[in-house]
Design a protein around this ligand. Structure first.
Ligand SMILES: [Zn+2]
Length: 116
């Protein structure tokens, strides 16, 4: 009878010796090298940045602090940059709203002058 192989997933290989390892192993059972688990996508700085820039803004700050990929100073830097970015977006939206409002008022005045 074969030993149970279900625990061994294809694609999990020791970076040191190249042999297959189990997903949950912390050290390679063949050569003893320490195995580093890849971080989930939502902990990787690039994906956090994409989420913050496209969707979340300042709501993405908890993702920054939960990530194990960032050092503490990097987290503070990332957080400050996110707050600044969010403020700039809010100011831009307010500015665009004021511009639109002014154009609308000017348009209404023109319509009134024409007797419409
Ligand atoms: Zn190994």
């Amino acid at each position: 009878m074969n030993p149970p192989r279900a625990a061994v997933l294809p694609g999990w290989h020791c970076a040191a010796c190249g042999r297959q390892v189990r997903k949950d192993d912390r050290v390679c059972s063949h050569c003893g090298a320490r195995l580093v688990q890849p971080a989930p996508w939502h902990e990787q700085p690039v994906w956090i940045a994409v989420l913050i820039l496209t969707l979340l803004g300042a709501l993405g700050i908890p993702l920054i602090w939960r990530s194990r990929q960032l050092s503490r100073p990097a987290k503070w830097l990332f957080t400050l940059a996110t707050i600044l970015y969010t403020l700039i977006i809010i100011l831009l939206l307010v500015w665009i709203s004021i511009l639109l409002w002014e154009h609308l008022q000017a348009f209404q005045m023109q319509m009134n002058d024409l007797g419409m």
